[in-house]
Design a protein around this ligand. Structure first.
Ligand code: CU
Length: 164
């Protein structure tokens, strides 16, 4: 068992170990399933919350329920109502949180959202994620690449919007 674990760790790329979104790209203006992948805890501590901040431009996001985790949805009013699939949308989700677990550091999990991807082909959206762990530890996945640092240590999860 230990040998298998070591092999798996050796095969994992650094990016796969952070909090990332699968798939990394979806068509603009589509309904898309996003899986937020959590590859490890906070320096060994088990994960007890994943809090995802949604970028502006997303007008619909529905979290998939997860046994053992409670879901909280935060919303913000839209400056102007937009048309959704079932009438006018007056407020947009601004954050989704899953709280529960614990998810042991050695385990892997996915937290799933259905979103309406904005009609912004070519854009890259960033989703800052706060990972909270047992014992008060936390990891803020919030950094954006800069000219000086193209691969930040704690990058926000990103999603590319491709051609429709
Ligand atoms: Cu990592």
């Amino acid at each position: 068992m230990k040998r298998i674990l070591t092999l798996l760790l050796a095969l994992a790329t650094p990016a796969a170990a952070h909090v990332t979104i699968a798939p990394p790209e979806v068509p603009a203006n589509s309904y898309a399933r996003l899986a937020f992948r959590v590859g490890h805890g906070c320096a060994g501590a088990a994960t007890i919350a994943i809090e995802v901040a949604l970028p502006e431009g997303i007008t619909m996001a529905r979290p998939m329920p997860k046994p053992g985790w409670e879901i909280a949805i935060e919303t913000r009013p839209l400056p102007r109502p937009v048309s959704g699939g079932h009438g006018l949308v007056r407020e947009a989700p601004s954050g989704i949180a899953w709280r529960g677990g614990p998810l042991p550091d050695a385990h892997y999990e996915e937290f799933v959202l259905l979103i309406r991807a904005p009609d912004m082909a070519g854009a890259t959206l960033s989703f800052p994620v706060m990972q909270r762990c047992e014992g008060g530890a936390q990891h803020a996945w919030i950094e954006l690449p800069t000219a000086e640092q193209s691969r930040p240590r704690s990058p926000a999860a990103t999603l590319r919007l491709g051609a429709r």
